[in-house]
Write a protein that binds this ligand. Structure first.
Ligand code: ADP
Length: 204
């Protein structure tokens, strides 16, 4: 699969220097954040994140793709978890997937009546997923664009939140081998990530 680090994306001029600096450059981070366009179920990484619903019993979108590819063993384990609240995450085995573990996170259903709450819940999805990777000694985590499909979260707003939580995690985490892969499905989502990554991970 074509996972490209942000260092490679700067070299090939896919990513451009930001106009204003939101965060200081840190060359260590450039090899530890990647962008991948394609099917998250194909990634051979320590953990992939599932954009699940509160039941944790499967659904449409990326959730359906993960359950389909992982097989019935995943559903069986998920039945023992008693669901999950919005903004929180639970971890399972990966069964027939090439990854080692699956982190199921429940993103908010978007509504423009409670934008601040939705933003906090989405940030918490990324944060609790990162916390689980640390607690389980996982070296990489691949994130789909949580809540931006069926749950309707605007892609630009959601991407700012994803990048901000991950950047802050890198600032505080001492494990220099840990890496994050952002997985996008559509060309539109890919271009949003390419436009916003430099604000959070500027070239050094
Ligand atoms: P949510 O219910 O949290 O909005 P969705 O699964 O509907 O979750 O969408 C989340 C994102 O995952 C969307 O950008 C969608 O295009 C993308 N997506 C769907 N299938 C896959 C897949 N197999 N691999 C990676 N991303 C996927």
């Amino acid at each position: 699969s074509d996972i490209r680090t942000i260092r490679e994306l700067y070299k090939s001029s896919v990513l451009k220097s930001p106009e204003t600096l939101r965060y200081k450059p840190n060359s260590d981070f450039l090899n530890r954040v990647s962008l991948f366009q394609g099917d998250i179920t194909e990634l051979q990484v320590d953990s992939i994140v599932n954009a699940a619903n509160k039941s944790l019993l499967g659904g449409g979108g990326v959730d359906g793709a993960i359950h389909h590819a992982a097989g019935r063993g995943l559903l069986k384990e998920c039945r023992t978890l008693n669901g999950c609240e919005t903004g929180f995450s639970k971890i399972t085995g990966a069964y027939n997937l090439p990854s080692k573990r699956i982190i199921h996170t429940v993103g908010p259903v978007y509504s423009n009546h409670s934008v601040d709450l939705k933003a906090k819940q989405l940030a918490s999805c990324y944060q609790t997923s990162l916390d689980l990777t640390v607690q389980n000694s996982l070296r990489h985590v691949a994130f789909p664009s949580i809540s931006t499909g069926i749950y309707g979260y605007p892609i630009e707003d959601a991407t700012h939140i994803a990048l901000d939580v991950v950047r802050k995690h890198f600032e505080s985490e001492t494990d220099s081998t840990f890496s994050v892969i952002f997985v996008v499905w559509s060309n539109k989502d890919k271009s949003v990530y390419e436009a916003l990554i430099p604000e959070y991970f500027p070239p050094s």
